[in-house]
Design a protein around this ligand. Structure first.
Ligand code: BES
Ligand code: ZN
Length: 460
């Protein structure tokens, strides 16, 4: 097996070429939710499979009903050490609003910022730069000799749209994809100097509601107040979702939400999270969630209900006196603990139906549902990864929660009986899903070095 120092030196020597590879990947607009980019998703998958083949993996793209998977197998130096499955996603969120990008989203570039160099482009942090940290580590092992253990890589192109094809793909390829431990690089560091191992993810229920009234748009003078207005109905439904104290009002919504165990609460308090500064960084000052909860609790251990988009009526320039026939909104429910995604969706639908006045109909469209996830705080692999991260960053990693969701991770345990280790190098200010997304060059570089150390520690 290659000495770790040699592998780390390869990563450093490869830096510019690695950046070039990342730029090529970021240049492919693999937006998964928009069918207009389906061919680009295929291109991104093919690019990654080719990269992996070039460094000695046996890699291929695999068709699904949606965007293709990339699966790659790399042989390890020894048979008696854990077999690892690395998971990442090559799809990205839509780039809009385009006007707010300082340079085109799919033309990556380096920017010198106060704290260091940044790589800017859609998906550079979520998740292309992150997944490339792992591939660059694997490349360095291959160049220096061989991988320290058997590694399977699974990259999907639908994470940002809820991973609709992946559960079936896992089931159909169970034997091929089962390993001893899953690794995921799609989460954040604690801050720019402190790494994190993420042990919790929130679940997610995505619902779209369409409310319809009259069978056509109407003149608001001829029909106003005589005809029901679907936008008003929708607004009332949205307004009723939270009470004055910021709690979600849906019956049964908090079933399965537990208070934090005292030792976890204490550990989180010890992190000294600056909730005010966190909000200040995005131009806010007052936490908007449940009264009496800290910002960190709101993000990591409490559920949330949000409207992600709303439309209806005239959206063009100037005014139009119209009474719309339809109004729609997209809702997201972030789940924690044992909240049941199906029950949350049903409770929401029942509430919205019950709120409809005469002559209104409602249609619901589900865009996915996944439960929350909590991983063990003390496993052998977590201790090994922690020591490896400490060696790279000079400080021990924080055991972090996460406000976001990675829908498939729960299935690694339930369907493939694997534990998961989540280590990522994104920063809170990476503007993921927003204009001008960036990834720190230090995240990219030290991220690859971190994976080399983690692989070596897990295989020791
Ligand atoms: N990488 C994120 C998850 C994440 C967000 C980790 C913030 C750490 C901090 C992931 O790609 C993501 O955005 N997931 C979506 C899933 C959804 C679209 C089904 C999410 O959480 O909104
Ligand atoms: Zn992601």
């Amino acid at each position: 097996m290659a000495a770790l120092d040699t592998v780390l030196a390869r990563i450093d020597a490869n830096r510019d070429a690695a950046l070039d590879r990342l730029f090529r990947l970021v240049s492919i607009p693999s937006v998964s939710t928009d069918q207009a980019y389906a061919a680009d998703c295929v291109r991104a998958a093919e690019f990654l499979a080719a990269e992996l083949n070039a460094i000695g993996f046996e890699a291929s793209t695999r068709p699904t009903r949606g965007h293709p998977m990339v699966v790659a197998h790399g042989k390890g130096a020894r048979p008696d050490v854990p077999h690892l499955l690395f998971y990442g996603h090559y799809d990205v969120q839509p780039a809009d609003p385009l006007a707010l990008w300082e340079t085109p989203p799919f033309e990556p570039r380096l920017v010198e910022a106060g704290a260091g160099t940044q790589i800017v482009g859609r998906g550079v942090s979520d998740d292309k730069g992150q997944l490339m940290t792992f591939i660059e580590a694997a490349r360095a092992f291959k160049e220096a000799g061989e991988l320290p253990c058997r590694v399977t890589i699974l990259l999907e192109g639908e994470e940002e749209s809820g991973s609709p094809s992946l559960p079936d793909f896992l089931a159909e390829n169970k034997k091929e994809l089962s390993a001893d431990l899953a690794l995921v690089c799609d989460t954040s560091m604690w801050d720019r100097d402190t790494p994190a191992v993420t042990t919790m993810l929130r679940g997610l229920v995505l619902e779209e509601a369409v409310i319809r009234g009259a069978d056509r748009d109407l003149h608001s003078g001829m029909f106003g107040s005589a005809a029901v207005n679907p936008i008003h109905v929708l607004a009332k439904i949205i307004a009723g979702l939270h009470d004055e104290a910021g709690k979600v009002t849906l019956p049964g919504f908090y079933d399965g939400v537990a208070e934090l165990p005292e030792e976890v609460a204490e550990q989180w308090r010890g992190l000294g999270f600056d909730g005010e500064g966190f909000l200040r960084a995005v131009g806010l000052s007052v936490p908007a969630g449940e009264r009496g909860r800290s910002v960190l609790e709101m993000l990591w251990s409490r559920p949330a209900c949000d409207v992600n988009g709303i439309s209806g009526g005239y959206q063009g320039e100037g005014s139009k006196t119209v009474l719309p026939a339809e109004a729609r909104a997209k809702f997201s429910f972030r789940l924690v603990g044992q909240q049941d995604p199906q029950k949350v969706a049903e409770s929401f639908r029942a509430y919205a139906r019950a709120a409809l006045p005469a002559d209104c109909g409602i249609e619901f469209i589900s865009h996915g549902a996944s439960p929350a996830l909590a991983l063990s705080f003390n496993s052998e692999s977590l201790s090994r990864a922690s020591r490896a991260l400490q060696a790279e960053w000079g400080v021990a990693p924080v055991l972090a929660g996460c406000g976001g969701s990675i829908p498939i991770v729960g299935r690694f345990k339930s369907d493939l009986k694997m534990d998961t280790l989540m280590v990522g190098f994104a920063l809170d200010d990476d503007r993921i899903h927003s204009p001008n997304e960036k990834y720190e060059l230090s995240s990219f570089q030290k991220g690859a070095r971190s994976w080399a150390r983690i692989l070596s520690a897990l295989a020791a």
